[in-house]
Design a protein around this ligand. Sequence first.
Ligand SMILES: Cc1ncc(COP(=O)(O)O)c(C=O)c1O
Length: 435
Amino acid sequence: MDLYRRALELIPGGTQLVSRRPTRYACGVSPVYAARAKGARFHDVDGNEYIDWVSGIGAIILGYCDDVVDDAVRDQIGRGVNFSISHELEIELAEELVKTIPCAEMVRYAKCGGEACAIAVRIARGATGRDKVLFCGYHGWHDWYLAANLDAEANLNAHLFPGIEPIGVPRALAGTAIPFPYGDLPALGESLEAHRGEIAAVIMEPLRSELPPEGYLAGVEKLAREHGAVFILDEVSAGLRFGMQGAQGFVGVTPDMAVFAKSISNGYPMGVVMGRREVMQPAERMFISSTYWSDAIGLRAALTTIREVRRRQVPAYLAEFGARLITRINEAAASAGLGVKCKGLPIHPHLDFPTTDPAVRAKLSTLYVQEMAKRGCHGYPSFYLNAAQGQPELDQTAAAARETFVILAQGLEQGTLDQLLECEPTQEAFRRLVR
Ligand SMILES: Cc1ncc(COP(=O)(O)O)c(C=O)c1O
């Protein structure tokens, strides 16, 4: 917290990523600054060790400091990472992606997820000659996306979080980014109809921790095609966790374009935009250009990560491990007599607390984060998996959860949640996150 106070004097907002703000966890109890990490665990600057149930906010899929990926990167550093001319790795990675991801016929690179989404939207606009974008979910910080809140400040509430003022986003972009609700095909159809002939792209996260309604994503694809809009799946968070063909292979829907980042390179900066030739080819006439998109560290890390995820059969391992985690957490809840349920798809389980009152839920959730942190488990009331997590993490987490759930049950029963909390409840709205 001393470091954080220093940071607030020097860095507006304190952190580079909102999800790293201490107020997103149990502020003052949860770890704030990491010193080093290996496998499933990290140490904070105070020397405490934690199991990381956030997996580098999703960027880690094999585990921290994976020997194979890091050796490949070290080898690349010895040969050079940024040249005046191109590097063959650009083609090798593109060939690997085309072989792996169903929608990929052509590929462009970036350094992170939001940037890759912005490139995808630019290409879709350029390829269709249209301006408006229909979106569902979170797609980064760029103008095209935050423009949604120029029309109504609540537009991003369900997709990102409440309280985001689109400060600094040109007002001229009002009406160009329009949200649609997940799972509601008629609502999407109405929006496409209302803006007939104007929609460049329909971009969405395919799924998070629940399966989409039967036929929903195929329905979105059909509607987008009927309206001549480019259908983009944002697979930044899902990565290769659902399967080697990404979430699109898992749900059996092939979009026109897809965006990957985060876990595609096990923590090294890398983003990828890929898609059908017809949609991607027009990008050759668009100015989409950056020095660092061909840096060989990201390329080497991505190529090695994809091959290691395949070789180690990581998606199957995560599905099986996640199922065991759900069972162990639910056993811990039952033994503590707390009606909390661990549920959702095995690769991304989450806790459902026994209350309908949002204020009580915030307290229970923060108390859970606080007590788990004290027992060496860092995370939200949800679990982001990576392949380095195994039996020791399962055992330690189940034991920590049992003790934590006993405390939560007592707090609920005796009405002492406020006394048990050593911090403010976790803040979900953006504006209140700002000091
Ligand atoms: C679905 C999705 N899209 C885009 C992004 C933005 O990625 P980045 O933080 O690498 O810019 C994220 C980040 O969490 C994401 O989950």
